[in-house]
Structures are given as C-alpha cells and as structure tokens.
Design a protein around this ligand. Structure first.
Ligand code: CO
Length: 153
C-alpha cells in the first residue's frame, strides 16, 4: 500500500502517496443501461450498490481486477453529478487513488499547495473515507483519495 507522505526535496515534491487506482468514476444518466454494459457486456461483477444522499448520487461498484468502475447517477439535477451531466454529458467523472491514511495525505497535499475541494475527509462509498482534490490541481481531472474501510459495508 501507499508509503506515508514525506516531503523529499526543496521543490515540494512528495514521496509516493497514492497506492493504486481504486476506481474510475463515470457519470451516467441511465444507471440501468450503464450497468447492462459493464456487467452484462463487459462481464464485470457488480459488487455494491448504494445511495449516498450526502453526495446526491446512486452509486454502483463493479470489480475490474483489484480496482473498480464506479457508476454515478445523480439523485437530482441540482447535485454535483447532475450539474456535471447537464454541462458535459455522460462520461468520465473522476479518478480515485487508494491511500492508507486519507487525512495524512490530505495534510501533505495541502502543505504542498495543492488546491483541495475537501479540507477534511468525509464518508464515501462502502464506509470509506474520501476527499476530493480540485480538478485544476491535476490537469482538469477531478481526483479523489480513498481510504478503504477495514471492513466493507
Ligand atoms: Co469515487
């Protein structure tokens, strides 16, 4: 898993803190149609489904190797994913990296001057702790840090 974040030189670079890609998030307008493609056509096992009211989404996780595809359908137009769909249409929404300690990594990134969306970790899917970095920090890619729960929901 990820090494602890440690500043390594005067240029503000960090020792590796992202363990692996946990999932890619895909914004979808039609959740059942998206499930049909990923589960039935691509053969990815559907392993979890959860409504995350806090984030305004219904989310589905499908396994692909050690990683997941996370399908995100908005609970309403006036939600982050609802606004994303209205503006950009369905498609890749974010990339999520697995970390051992999301609070520690968030602190290191803040200290390195990375623009954050979440100043503190919050509850994510399957009892994970997550935090989002601003897309401008990663070349336009919305980036999520995920600390998976010791015991999944
Ligand atoms: Co995600």
């Amino acid at each position: 898993m990820a090494a602890k974040a440690i500043r390594t030189d005067a240029e503000g670079t960090l020792a590796p803190v992202f363990g692996s890609i946990d999932h890619i998030g895909v914004a979808v307008a039609d959740l059942e149609a998206a499930i049909a493609v990923h589960r039935d056509t691509y053969g990815m096992p559907l392993v979890h489904r959860e409504t995350i009211a806090d984030q305004g989404v219904e989310a589905v996780l499908l396994d692909v190797g050690d990683s997941h595809v996370e399908l995100l359908a908005p609970l309403g137009d006036d939600t982050p994913v609802g606004r994303f769909l209205a503006k950009r249409g369905p498609g890749l929404h974010h990339v999520a990296y697995r970390v051992d300690d999301v609070a520690a990594v968030l602190g290191e990134l803040r200290a390195a001057g990375v623009r954050l969306i979440d100043e503190e970790p919050r509850a994510g899917i399957r009892n994970s702790q997550v935090a989002f970095l601003h897309p401008s920090a990663s070349g336009g890619v919305l980036t999520e840090l995920v600390q998976i729960a010791a015991v999944h929901a």
